[in-house]
Ligand binder design. Structure first.
Ligand code: WQD
Length: 338
């Protein structure tokens, strides 16, 4: 069964391709290589021994996307990762985000109107903003987005919801990711942020390996157990497996309705200082950090209520924070040849 993974050479996409291939799916990848490189294809092949079919396609290009879909009429499922995802960049360049994350989604859906298709959308816990109740459930109110990036995820879900209402043969699931971290155990694929990492864990590993001088901890005056902000850090392989579970639900058409939403997290919150301590324990590397002021746009606390994914998808996370951080460190060392 042929599954299209858009953005399949990216951090999460590449890990999902590996899991899909290991489950026997035939995988087709399109990617515009704007935030990754072609050698990820070789790395995936080195892990699974199955070279995925790849075509360089920019999902913002309506014509080339239509051409692609006329060539490939036997795609049974689509997992749509191709999007921009840097919160700060989205504030500076909103139109880049609305074009890449919204236009592209519309073009994608326009091409699959006529055939039975399963569609998985990368959504994000940012749609909740600062939830009033924690752990946050899928029914928590959607708060006004704090960034254009978060807004594109909220709008994306609504576009899919509205399309599914009038397209009975489109079965879709939105997966609301919490904080993906870690890397495949082979250390052949992982997160490779271009430039200065925005996210906590790549900044930690780059500090530990000597690429960065010191980690800045954004605020320790939050109303949390140690004053630093709380997030739900999930191993990217656990996250990838959630996509396989969601896909099989869609393909088997077990959904009670043709658009469903699931949180994908561990259900456990960790503070920034707890992540630092866990990293030091996992690697034996003391981390050089300092406390600075809060970062604009950060929520105090976010961690998932994961019962729905467990009961409905039969999925739950398996890796501990320490294991995930150890895999991030192993990946960082591999990338830097250390
Ligand atoms: C985590 C915590 C920071 C960097 C983002 C996106 C979200 C999703 C996951 C895509 C926060 C603190 C960070 C640093 C720090 N991405 N921090 N020093 O902001 O929770 O979520 O990534 O789907 O959409 O918003 O992740 O890793 O940036 O921050 O103290 O150098 O670490 O303040 O408390 P975030 P993050």
């Amino acid at each position: 069964m042929k599954i299209l993974v858009t953005g399949g050479l990216g951090y999460i996409g590449s890990h999902v391709v590996v899991e899909l291939q290991e489950q026997g799916y035939e995988v087709l990848i399109i990617d515009n290589l704007s935030n990754t490189s072609l050698n990820v294809l070789d790395k995936i092949t080195a892990i699974t021994t199955i070279p995925p079919v790849f075509e360089k396609v920019d999902v913002r290009d309506k014509e080339s996307l239509a051409t692609f879909f006329t060539k490939h009429t036997d795609i049974k499922g689509i997992i749509h990762f191709a999007a921009s995802k840097a919160v700060g960049e989205s504030v500076e360049n909103p139109l880049l985000y609305y074009e890449n994350n919204i236009n592209a989604l519309v073009y994608m859906l326009q091409n699959i109107q006529d055939q039975e298709t399963s569609f998985i959308f990368s959504s994000s816990c940012t749609v909740y903003g600062q939830a009033d109740e924690l752990p946050v459930t899928e029914n928590a109110p959607i708060q006004p987005a704090e960034s254009p990036y978060g807004n594109t995820k909220q709008i994306g879900e609504e576009i899919i919801r509205d399309t599914c209402k009038v397209t009975p043969h489109l079965n879709a699931i939105a997966l609301r990711y919490f904080n993906p971290i870690g890397a495949h155990k082979s250390a052949k694929i992982g997160e490779l942020p271009l430039g200065i990492p925005q996210n906590l864990v790549p900044y930690i590993t780059q500090t530990a390996i000597g690429l960065r001088e010191q980690l800045s901890v954004y605020g320790n005056d939050y109303p949390t157990r140690d004053g630093t902000a709380v997030r739900d850090y999930i191993h990217v392989v656990d996250l990838a497996k959630a996509h396989v579970a969601a896909l099989s639900r869609l393909i088997e058409k077990k959904g009670t309705e043709n658009f469903e939403v699931f949180n994908v997290g561990t259900g456990t919150g960790s503070t920034v200082l707890e992540v630092i301590t866990a990293f030091e324990k996992a690697t034996g590397k003391p981390l050089n950090y300092k406390i600075v002021g809060r970062r604009a746009g950060d929520v105090v606390e976010a961690y998932a209520q994961t019962d729905k994914a467990h009961q409905v998808l039969g999925w739950k996370s398996t890796y501990s924070l320490k294991e995930a951080l150890a895999s991030s460190w192993k990946w960082e060392q591999a990338v830097r040849g250390k």
